[in-house]
Design a protein around this ligand. Structure first.
Ligand SMILES: NC(=O)C1=CN([C@@H]2O[C@H](COP(=O)(O)OP(=O)(O)OC[C@H]3O[C@@H](n4cnc5c(N)ncnc54)[C@H](O)[C@@H]3O)[C@@H](O)[C@H]2O)C=CC1
Ligand SMILES: O=C(O)CCC(=O)C(=O)O
Length: 488
């Protein structure tokens, strides 16, 4: 049976076969740019489906971990080649499922392919260190072993890159995988899994189960057959998953929200800073955990900078993301649109001034989608809800400060610590920013979003569980260290 059966219906992938859920039910996936565009149906899976997938992953793990890293890497190279041939199809599917523009989806798919190739190469890199023993007749070294079965719970906002940056290192370091993608983008995930299938991955090494987070996601987090859980999504769900894993001694990794600031000082290149604030805040319709949501500006340049932001925002074209001239697509779902509009309302109620945007778009071509105008708020204070909580939509909160110290205090005055950006030509400001900013990604004269696959990614405070994803750092999560001592 193939990935898809009749009526645009996509199946689970368990033990090397595309199968229906035990429930017999399906969930509809529609295009947020136009809800009459039905992307397809995915399985509404149950705890039994999770059990079957976890059993298959456990069955496959002994043979998979016994392959050399280089052999496992070869499967990833093949998967990358297959994905490259399908780049346009996968990107178009991601755009239809969650509404980011086609160039963004193509860029993300290319990034997924590059991640596969990066981790394919990891299969041939070192797995340990020789450490001198105090005993001259002994050899002491470290080696690494896989965790076993890894559960991947992924969100909808990066439907290609996030599943791949979790699955590729899990696989190359010798783990088997059960993935539960967000339902909104489960078809894109099925298409990625089909690339792994065609690359010839042995049955059970990779498994896909779609369905509700509270059943399939939680089922994985609580399952005794799952040795590690890697999650990206909301803070609320991350904490539930972390607790479930901790309860049964499984390893877990959580990447959650951000409330990322950009600081613009008196000496900054204001045009570059304005462009970075706009792209950081409004690209992908603001739905990135690294998105800029607070723009903290020194008073001498505040009015000039504000004017530049407003002008640039007026140029933004909003519409169906499959169309070429569209710069910003819809919000990914009705829930997310309502969530975003409720924050805009709250900003107004709490006394911030809405400078531009913030309206739901409903007329003409917008009537069947989830569209909102990008919004900029002035007169925001750090205690306001829009300056504290993750909105995950195209909304900027502007805050005026006198000094760099004040800017840093405000930037750090949130529970999150994912990404932060500074625009300045002042080296002293750069150094204090690098030292004092509470963020895992520190960016100078660059926008807050923008992650390179070969570097560690993760946050401080409540943005993550303090481990790091991507680059070599992924090895720390997906393996366990053994310290070996050998004496003649
Ligand atoms: N850090 C990030 O990149 C992301 C952050 N978010 C934040 O979360 C907010 C809500 O978005 P949602 O899509 O509802 O996020 P979510 O945290 O509910 O969803 C993320 C993943 O977790 C799964 N899930 C849901 N409940 C679960 C449970 N009890 N146990 C295990 N897995 C579960 C979902 O099905 C999905 O696959 C957004 O407004 C945004 O603030 C959402 C997506 C990505
Ligand atoms: O900025 C990026 O490229 C990655 C962002 C991300 O990981 C997320 O939004 O979940």
């Amino acid at each position: 049976m193939s990935v898809m059966t009749e009526k645009n219906t996509y199946l689970n992938y368990i033990n090397g076969a595309w199968v229906k859920s035990h429930s017999g039910d399906m969930v509809k996936v529609e295009n947020p740019a136009d809800i009459h565009d039905l992307v397809g149906y995915v399985q509404n899976s149950t705890a039994e489906d999770v059990d079957r997938a976890v059993a298959a992953a456990n069955e496959a793990k002994a043979a998979w971990r016994k392959l050399s890293g280089a052999e496992r890497g070869q499967y990833l190279y093949k998967t990358a080649d297959i994905m490259e041939q399908r780049l346009d199809e996968i990107a178009a599917c991601a755009t239809r499922e969650m509404g980011k523009t086609l160039p963004e989806a193509k860029g993300e798919t290319a990034r997924g392919i590059a991640i596969l190739r990066y981790y394919a190469g990891e299969g041939m890199r070192k797995t340990g260190d020789v450490i001198p023993s105090t005993d001259k007749d002994a050899l002491m070294f470290t080696t690494r072993v896989p965790l076993g079965v890894v559960g991947v719970i992924s969100p909808w906002n990066f439907p290609v890159a996030i599943p791949i940056w979790k699955m590729a290192p899990a696989l190359v370091y010798g783990n088997t995988v059960v993935i539960k993608p967000a339902t909104e983008t489960a078809i894109t995930c099925a298409k990625i899994i089909a690339c792994f299938e065609e690359a010839g991955l042995p049955a059970g090494v990779i498994n896909l189960v779609t369905g509700p987070g509270s059943v399939v996601g939680q089922g994985l987090a609580e399952h005794n057959g799952v040795n590690g859980i890697t999650f990206t999504g909301s803070n609320q769900v991350g904490k539930i998953i972390g607790q479930a894993a901790l309860e049964r001694g499984a390893k877990y990794q959580l990447e959650m929200g951000g409330k990322n600031p950009i600081i613009v000082t008196n000496e900054a290149d204001l045009d570059a800073a304005a462009e970075a604030a706009i792209t950081g805040a409004f690209r992908s319709t603001g739905q990135k955990c690294t998105a800029t949501s607070r723009v903290i500006v020194q008073s001498k340049v505040y009015d000039r900078f504000k004017e530049k932001l407003i002008q640039r925002t007026k140029d933004i074209t909003i519409g169906n993301s499959l169309k070429e001239d569209v710069w910003m697509g819809p919000i990914a779902s009705k829930n997310q649109l309502d969530h975003c509009l409720s924050y805009i309302e709250k900003g107004i109620q709490e006394g911030a001034s809405l400078l531009i945007g913030g309206e739901k778009l409903e007329a003409g071509d917008y009537q069947n989608g989830y569209y909102v105008q990008p919004a900029i708020f002035d007169n925001v204070t750090s205690d306001m809800t829009i300056a504290q909580e993750e909105i995950f939509g195209p909304v900027i909160a502007l805050l005026k400060v006198g000094t760099m110290e004040e800017a840093l205090d405000i930037a750090n005055d949130v529970k999150f610590g994912l990404s932060a950006s500074l625009f300045t030509q002042n080296i002293g400001h750069m150094l204090s920013f690098i030292d004092d900013i509470e963020a895992g990604l520190v960016r100078v004269n660059a926008e807050s979003a923008g992650v390179e696959l070969q570097a560690p990614f993760g946050g401080l405070k409540q943005s993550s569980s303090h481990s790091r994803e991507q680059g070599e750092a992924a090895k720390d999560f997906f393996t366990a260290i053994k310290t070996v001592f050998i004496k003649q």
